[in-house]
Design a protein around this ligand. Structure first.
Ligand code: BTN
Length: 264
């Protein structure tokens, strides 16, 4: 079972009083976090699980993680609506994940807009930020990181496009170290955004964003679009340039997948 006291030691002084709870098996950590959020829990309350039987991703996809191998966590946030929108939350959470992986393991993780984190072009983590009833607060940020998953444990369909920290590092990695660094970075990024320092977060996000200038394919509303990625913004979305120089913009809400040319 994940050791929440060890997680806390890696968090610095982020959300000092908030509850961290490790559970064995849940439908989704985000279901548990929503129940707590709606009962009024403090910001920074986080729920971890060894396994999820209905782990979810964007667009109704399933999140697979073999028992005990991954970091599965959902955090309750209460962002100020006057300073932020849902796109801020997704962007800062993806940044926090990428930075936490770097801090905990030394691996170079990049953000694949809008909500994936990848190493060497393979997905290692996903972020699902959920708001309800048109309100920004409370919101629940769910993060899945493939920490110690072995290659043969990924479903066939994902084996070529997914990786884990252990595969990349060539050794087992500490889920507690990644979790603590993640909550610490999430706290800092959220505070920066809430207190008017979004430019700091956006600059760090851009430095970690991948695929700019590359040939990519994007799935949007059931169609595949190919082109060169010429612009990338954490809030506005992406812009592709087609073969005749025509430009097309895509927003995160409609875009289900972005692949480097030749990938997947
Ligand atoms: C995606 O890649 O589309 C996002 C995946 C998010 C998965 C995490 S695992 C912890 C939390 N609980 C869930 O059911 N989903 C998120």
């Amino acid at each position: 079972m994940l050791d929440v006291e060890a997680v806390r030691r890696h968090m610095g002084d982020a959300w000092a009083g908030a509850e961290l709870r490790a559970l064995s098996s849940v439908t989704s950590t985000s279901d548990v976090a929503w129940a707590w959020a709606e009962a009024g829990c403090a910001e920074g309350t986080a729920v971890f699980a060894e396994e999820q039987v209905k782990g979810r991703g964007r667009f109704g996809r399933t999140w697979h993680s073999p028992r005990g191998r991954g970091l599965l966590v959902s955090v309750v946030l209460r962002p100020p609506a006057e300073a932020m929108a849902p796109a801020h939350v997704t962007a800062l959470a993806a940044l926090a994940v990428a930075e936490a992986i770097g801090a905990a393991t030394g691996l170079d993780a990049l953000i694949r807009w809008p909500n994936d984190v990848a190493i060497g072009g393979r997905k290692v983590a996903g972020v699902l930020a959920e708001c309800r009833n048109g309100r920004l607060a409370p919101c629940v940020v769910g993060v899945g990181v493939n920490v110690n998953t072995r290659r043969d444990e990924f479903p066939d369909a994902l084996r070529a496009s997914a990786t884990s920290l252990a595969i990349e590092a060539g050794r087992e990695c500490s889920r507690e170290a990644v979790a603590g660094a993640l909550l610490g970075r999430l706290h800092t990024c959220l505070r920066d955004a809430a207190e008017g320092r979004w430019a700091l977060v956006a600059d760090a996000w851009r430095r970690r964003a991948s695929l700019l200038g590359q040939a990519v394919a994007v799935h949007c509303r059931g169609q595949l679009h190919e082109g060169r990625l010429v612009a990338l913004d954490p809030l506005l979305g992406i812009e592709l340039e087609g073969p005749l120089g025509e430009r097309c913009r895509f927003r995160a809400e409609d875009t289900s997948l972005i692949l480097a040319g030749g990938e997947g």
